[in-house]
Design a protein around this ligand. Structure first.
Ligand code: SAH
Ligand code: SF4
Length: 352
């Protein structure tokens, strides 16, 4: 089946154009769009469409281009689905459940990632390709099908969203459409390693969503070692871009800092984070490093994490600590890392 005939990445108007439906039949494309947003991927289940038309559609079109090969479940409620894409590429997508039972889809926007952050498993794999809107929408819908209605979506899986911004925009347009899933923009967070041009683009052209930035440290020399993005998007430029974003959108940004034991957690590092935050409408989210095989870092103890968080809090900063979720299935931040299904291509079955 050709990718151009896959409907999951299309808005009703595009479905109508693809199927050459005339104005009088535009309601059909809206019906199809609504079914897909409810996780109905099989034309035969779209019961308000005449049987003959359903059969014809099934010959010409497909709803999804990827399929969930394997689902892994952590006792803490985290679920990870390994999705095989149409061209043999693979990505992972994660469902997180917080202590209050809120469900969040953490989706991937690229297979691999070109940014090369030293502490991240995805970054260590290199870059395969950008995902298409439908491939991102399908991650959300597959998780929702398995776990029931989801509350939030975060673009914090594999890849750098601001390097695939048009696909992110389209995904958001589809998921927020009142004719379909109707997800609220307030429930959407995009996390970037800190690409200034993309932050300005988001501020100027939307969509109006929540923004998180992986700051990691306020020490530029250290940041350059940990995150190559610092070379072309240095901290002072990043701060300017974030201030512009906050002013333009009237919102605040979340600064994420992965905590690396013995690397970015001294009092001096706390000072530099404070400097960065000064005058910026922000809150800080600390993420104790999640182990990823082969990477030369270690996780701070809870006491070390608390000392660092308390030091920041004393100066009035709003600090939260992200609790690890899904570590038994390598589903926590920075642990996602499957970009090809080659190792399984010789096998049959396995699809769930
Ligand atoms: N590329 C985007 C979004 C995906 S990474 C970005 O970098 O923001 C999502 C978050 O996981 C980032 O804040 C990143 O700093 C963090 N992260 C990466 N590797 C990690 C690891 N091993 N342990 C904990 N957090 C990690
Ligand atoms: Fe890419 Fe984000 Fe990992 Fe950096 S932390 S390598 S930007 S996925």
């Amino acid at each position: 089946m050709k990718m151009e005939n896959t409907l999951s990445g299309m808005l009703p108007e595009e479905i109508r154009a693809l199927m050459s439906l005339d104005a009088a039949e535009s309601f059909r494309s809206r019906q199809i769009f609504r079914w897909i947003s409810k996780g109905v991927f099989d034309f035969s289940d779209m019961t308000n469409i005449p049987l003959k038309q359903r059969e014809q559609m099934a010959c010409e079109y497909t709803v999804c281009s990827s399929f969930p090969r394997k689902t892994l479940q952590d006792p803490d409620g985290t679920m990870k689905i390994q999705m095989d894409l149409h061209d043999g590429t693979a990505v992972e997508t994660v469902l997180l459940v917080d202590s209050e039972g809120r469900k969040t889809a953490c989706v991937s926007c690229q297979a691999g990632c070109p940014m090369g952050c030293a502490f991240c498993k995805t970054g260590s794999l290199g870059f395969n390709r950008n995902l298409m809107p439908g491939e991102i929408v399908e991650q959300f819908l597959c998780l929702e099908k398995k776990a029931g209605k989801l509350d939030n979506i975060v673009f914090m899986g594999m890849g750098e969203p601001l390097l695939n911004l048009e696909a992110i925009r389209k995904t958001i347009a589809i998921l927020t459409s009142p004719e379909g899933r109707g997800l609220s923009r307030r429930r959407i967070t995009v996390s970037t390693a800190g690409i200034c041009s993309g932050i300005y683009d988001l501020a100027d052209n939307g969509p109006d969503i929540r923004l998180a930035v992986s700051l990691t440290t306020g020490d530029s020399a250290l940041r350059e070692k940990l995150m190559p993005v610092e070379k072309t998007n240095p901290l002072p430029e990043l701060k300017k871009a974030l201030a512009y974003f906050c002013k333009k959108t009237g919102g605040r940004v979340t600064l994420e800092a992965v905590l690396l034991k013995g690397v970015n957690m001294t009092e001096e590092h706390a000072d530099k984070l404070r400097d960065f935050c000064r005058g910026l409408n922000s809150n800080i989210n600390l993420i104790p490093w999640n182990p990823a095989e082969g990477l030369p870092f270690s996780r701070p103890s809870p006491a070390e994490t608390k000392t660092f968080a308390d030091s920041l809090r004393k100066s009035g900063l709003n600090v939260t600590v992200r609790h690890p979720r899904g570590r038994s299935i390598s589903g926590a931040c920075g642990q996602l890392g499957r970009t090809k299904n080659a190792e399984e291509s010789g096998k049959t079955g396995g699809r769930d």
